[in-house]
Design a protein around this ligand. Structure first.
Ligand code: ZN
Length: 362
């Protein structure tokens, strides 16, 4: 049986347009999730509000599976908004507002559920669009956005950890007509009352923010294989992941710290750069740890042998983001405190655990 929960939804929401909007959202989610320039790994999420229920992507699931798997979780909207308004810790993960009867797989809602709840529009789409992130990490992000998004109802929200802190920052910036949010050092949110409008708005905004990536030299695969010899490191899954190391301007940007939350979650804090003449084993010995990825300037990237699909996706994402940041740009990095609060946050530990276990939640 392909869509057991779909039957349930039809009974709960008998209006046919509601069911078809739900199907369209799943379809849009899957296509967004298949585009690595919009979504990487378990990042990004979509939602629909129907009859007081916010259906949102489950934590740790991948948007690209939205058409074939049941990855949407029902959350009672009014009590969640009430919890946000009262800054209640219960709003942090929204888990206690999940409608158990409609959630047979016991999935947890996305850790970014409050972002979706706060926007009044029926459909909300949140992506880790590399075009957006490459602007949202810059110190003058708002000025850059003003040039490109003039005429749209957009707002810039400075970086806050996802969960209650981000929800509060959004509340402060949100106006009744706002339907585009650029989240500092994080990503993009678009909202509309139909799936078709949300898809068009997403296309429009990402088009306005798009810039060609800086060309990068090809990786030196022979040299990388030599550098990996005798270590627990291997080539990354995607050849696109090397650009952050082969392009020295990109490598310099990456070397200075963490740019956005999912990098910290899946690859660790910042990037580890090999010194001249160092192979992978020497980097591990010097750092006293085994970083998930190592950048070899001018040559390319090596991944730890056990790096999972989420880490692979984030390794490529780093190349895609920094190739769109001008080498002379002033960049905002996550602070040591911000890195630590991501790694120590219980909700993130749950998502990391699913990722480590390779849970596909089918
Ligand atoms: Zn996000």
């Amino acid at each position: 049986m392909r869509e057991p929960a779909g039957e349930g939804r039809l009974m709960v929401h008998p209006v046919d347009t509601g069911a078809s909007e739900f199907r369209m959202l799943r379809s849009l989610s899957a296509s967004i999730g298949a585009d690595p320039l919009l979504v990487q790994g378990a990042g990004g999420n979509t939602s629909i509000k129907q009859a007081g229920v916010l259906w949102i992507k489950a934590s740790g699931t991948w948007l690209k599976n939205a058409r074939d798997d049941e990855i949407m979780v029902p959350v009672a909207l009014a009590p969640l908004l009430d919890a946000v308004a009262h800054r209640s810790p219960a709003a942090e993960t929204a888990g206690q507002f999940t409608l158990v009867d409609l959630n047979p797989r016991q999935l947890r809602p996305s850790i970014e559920t409050t972002v979706h709840a706060l926007l009044p529009q029926k459909i909300v789409v949140h992506v880790h669009c590399v075009e957006t992130i490459s602007i949202a990490v810059q110190a003058n992000a708002e000025a850059l956005l003003e040039e490109r998004l003039r005429g749209l109802e957009w707002a810039f929200v400075p970086y806050r950890r996802p969960g209650l802190p981000l929800a509060q920052a959004i509340s402060e910036r949100l106006k009744p007509a706002t339907n585009v949010l650029v989240l500092g050092n994080h990503g993009l949110v678009v909202a509309a009352d139909t799936v078709a409008e949300a898809a068009l708005l997403l296309q429009r905004v990402t088009g306005l923010l798009a810039r060609p990536p800086r060309p990068s030299p090809l990786p030196d695969l022979d040299a990388l294989l030599r550098l990996a010899a005798g270590s627990d490191y291997r080539l990354p899954a995607s050849v696109a992941a090397h650009a952050v190391a082969t392009d020295l301007a990109s490598c310099r940007i990456a070397a200075s710290g963490s740019l956005y939350p999912d990098h910290v979650i899946f690859l660790g804090v910042g990037s580890v750069i090999a010194g001249p003449g160092e192979n992978a084993a020497a980097v591990v010995a010097r750092t006293g740890s085994a970083p998930t990825s190592i950048l070899f300037p001018g040559k390319g990237v090596l991944m730890r042998r056990d790096a999972n699909a989420g880490a692979e996706a984030m390794a490529r994402c780093l190349s895609d983001v920094v190739a769109r940041v001008d080498g002379a740009a002033r960049v905002n990095y996550l602070s040591p405190k911000e890195n630590a609060e991501l790694l120590n946050w219980d909700a993130e530990k749950y998502r990391q655990q699913l990722n480590r276990e390779g849970v596909t939640l089918q």
